[in-house]
Design a protein around this ligand. Structure first.
Ligand code: CU
Length: 149
């Protein structure tokens, strides 16, 4: 009986000591053919050492017509990076080597899915971050807050 309790206690400690116990460090977001993400806000715990964002394009249109990606910047950089991405051209619409881009997925078309994993080291809890799609014109409708709490 005593041995069983010890085992359970050790197991409990092991779980608690694991990375970000009880926190979800994987987020999923959907994008559709109506130039929309399905959320305006994504939250992640600062206790996550890294986070994985999965983007699911639930529409049907091709990547060159209704491509979507997921790009993360500081909110103050968001519009400028969106413009720079637009100028940098297809297929990714991401300015090459731009350090304002904290993370981004590849551009995908309808029915596709992609993900990106990145470290939260450079992000501050309570900082002001915005995610958006950098396909030309989409950032106006497709953007939201990324909150590290
Ligand atoms: Cu888009």
């Amino acid at each position: 009986m005593r041995r069983d309790l010890t085992f359970v206690a050790l197991l409990g400690c092991g779980l608690l000591a694991g990375p970000a116990f009880g926190q979800d460090c994987s987020l999923t977001i959907e994008a559709n053919d109506q130039i929309q993400f399905n959320t305006k806000e994504m939250r992640v715990s600062s206790s996550c050492s890294e986070v994985t964002v999965t983007l699911r394009h639930v529409g049907q249109l091709a990547v060159n017509i209704m491509g979507h990606n997921w790009v993360l910047t500081k909110t103050q950089d968001f519009q400028a990076v969106a413009q720079a991405g637009q100028s940098s051209g297809p297929p990714q619409y991401i300015p090459a080597g731009d350090e304002r881009v904290i993370a981004h997925t590849e551009m995908i078309g309808g029915g596709q899915e992609t993900s990106v994993t990145f470290s939260l080291d450079k992000l501050e809890a309570g900082g002001d971050y915005t995610f958006f799609c950098s396909f030309p014109g989409h950032f106006v409708l497709m953007n939201g807050k990324f909150i590290v709490e």
